[in-house]
Every structure is written in structure tokens, then in C-alpha cells.
Design a protein around this ligand. Structure first.
Ligand SMILES: [Zn+2]
Length: 129
């Protein structure tokens, strides 16, 4: 289990455990992007905790903010559709990121299981368990 700690990522395509090197490339939504030297495919890693916290704060804060602003503003002020659309797009991105993160975590968990299963499949030379 020690390999899960520290700077190890797992390829969700071929289940190879890889040492993370240098700066992590990040996608638009903050997912780590890697290319696997084993299978040559690209794979993503789940969001770092700081991103998840930020996204959750926004996911809860944006609707609350909209309601508060809606209550405070008079009827004439409610016509600002441009900014409303912008907030909507950002909000959709946040929800997509959180949903993708959840499914990626599932994939990563599965990849580790496969990785460990494969590792135990290799005939042991030593008597060590
Ligand atoms: Zn791979």
C-alpha cells in the first residue's frame, strides 16, 4: 500500500504504476494529464484536494449567491442575462469536474486493484509474502 502514498500515479488504461516526475500538466478543469510510457496512452488523474474544495465551495456558493442577489435586487435589475449565462457556464463546468472526478476516482481504484492483482499473479521468487 506504500506505493499509493507519495508521488505515484496509476495508468487507468494499462494499470501500470508510475512515478510522478516534475510538474504535473493539468487539463482545463484541473485534472492531472499524463502519458503512459508503458502503453503510450494518455490518462488523467483525479483532482487535487485543493481543487475539489474550491469546486465544492463554488457549487454551493453560486446558487446561494444567486438567490441572495436575486432577493436583494429589484425586478428591473434582473435583466442581466449575459452575466447570468457566464455564471451558468462556470457552474456547469464545476459540476462536470466534480462528476468526472468521482468517476475517475472509481477508475483509479479499479486500476489499483488490477495492478495489485497482476502483481500477485507474478510467481514469487522469494518466500516473502
Ligand atoms: Zn498505460
Amino acid at each position: 500500500m506504500a506505493q499509493r502514498l507519495g508521488k505515484t500515479v496509476i495508468c487507468t488504461e494499462c494499470h501500470a504504476a508510475l512515478a510522478r516526475q516534475g510538474r504535473v500538466k493539468r487539463s482545463f478543469l484541473g485534472f492531472g494529464r499524463y502519458s503512459c510510457p508503458q502503453c503510450g496512452k494518455e490518462f488523467k488523474s483525479p483532482l487535487p484536494r485543493s481543487y475539489i474544495v474550491t469546486y465544492w465551495i463554488a457549487a454551493v456558493g453560486i446558487p446561494v449567491g444567486c438567490v441572495v442577489m436575486g432577493v436583494q435586487s429589484s425586478v428591473e435589475d434582473l435583466g442581466d442575462f449575459a452575466s447570468l449565462a457566464e455564471v451558468g457556464i462556470v457552474y456547469i463546468c464545476i459540476i462536470i469536474a466534480l462528476v468526472r472526478d468521482a468517476s475517475l476516482k472509481k477508475k483509479v481504484r479499479h486500476a489499483w486493484q488490477e495492478h495489485e492483482r497482476k502483481a500477485t499473479d507474478i510467481p514469487q521468487q522469494s518466500t516473502q509474502a
